[in-house]
Design a binder for this molecule. Structure first.
Ligand SMILES: [Ca+2]
Ligand SMILES: [Ca+2]
Length: 244
């Protein structure tokens, strides 16, 4: 005659061992999956930024080597920006009328698919910001950029909205350190991504502020992983943005 518990297959101890093994495997694998996801996110950003950088170079090629301006008048209350056109009267945004659209040959390059920001109607679904202060004045020749491989063109960018609910929003104009408003956004494994003026793209950790600056406290920016792109640690100089 068989014992009753033979037919159950597992003893309680065996079941507990199996559960423990599954728990250990999950603990090992989940961080791996999370890192893989972040790595994939970084790859998308690098690819998008590189295409934006190439499109930006082609734009200058078609306009007597003058680098893309911050915006271009279309008609009435409508302007074209690098990512889209926007009519402030009708509040209509058209990505296919963005200044870089003829060169990117498609929608979506201006957005980071892993960071679905749709919080600002005026800029739409964007994930990157332009070094507008130095490169995007509409009067800069591409030949006047002194060291293109050390000059930021575009980077992953966001901004803090200081109105409730203090959302983290897309930002299309990247600020240099001396502007005292960190907008370089690290959203993949604490790394942000940059396309430089020579169109090479790389990941980089933002310099996160630790002391009060202008009228701001550093904590909200640190928490949001918003920082600076700077080489010498002196935030009054913009050596990675300027034309020298
Ligand atoms: Ca500096
Ligand atoms: Ca420089």
């Amino acid at each position: 005659m068989q014992k009753k518990n033979d037919s159950t297959g597992f003893t309680l101890i065996e079941l507990l061992v199996v559960i423990a093994i599954i728990a250990i495997l999950a603990a090992i694998l989940f961080p791996v999956f999370a890192r893989a996801k972040s790595a994939a996110q970084g790859t998308t950003n690098l690819s998008n930024l590189r295409q934006i950088g190439l499109a930006w170079t082609m734009y200058a090629g078609d306009y007597d080597d003058v680098l893309m301006p911050p915006r271009s008048f279309v008609s009435g209350s409508k302007f074209a920006y690098w990512w889209a056109s926007y009519d402030s009267t009708s509040q209509v945004l058209r990505e296919e009328e963005g200044l870089l659209f003829p060169y990117t040959k498609g929608k979506g390059i201006q957005s980071d698919p892993s960071w679905p920001n749709r919080l600002r109607a005026v800029i739409g679904f964007t994930g990157y910001g332009y070094n507008y202060a130095y490169l995007g004045t509409g009067r800069v020749s591409s030949t006047s950029v002194g060291s293109p491989s050390e000059t930021v063109a575009f980077a992953t960018s966001a901004r803090l909205d200081f109105l409730p609910p203090n959302a983290l929003q897309g930002n299309t104009y990247l600020e240099a350190p001396s502007a005292n408003y960190p907008t370089f956004h690290a959203r993949a494994n604490e790394v942000g991504h940059i396309v430089w003026a020579d169109t090479h793209s790389r990941g980089r950790k933002p310099l996160l502020r630790s002391t009060p600056f202008a009228s701001w406290q550093p904590q909200p920016f640190r928490q949001a992983r918003l920082g600076e792109i700077d080489r010498d640690g002196d935030l009054t100089t913009n050596e990675l943005f300027d034309l020298d």
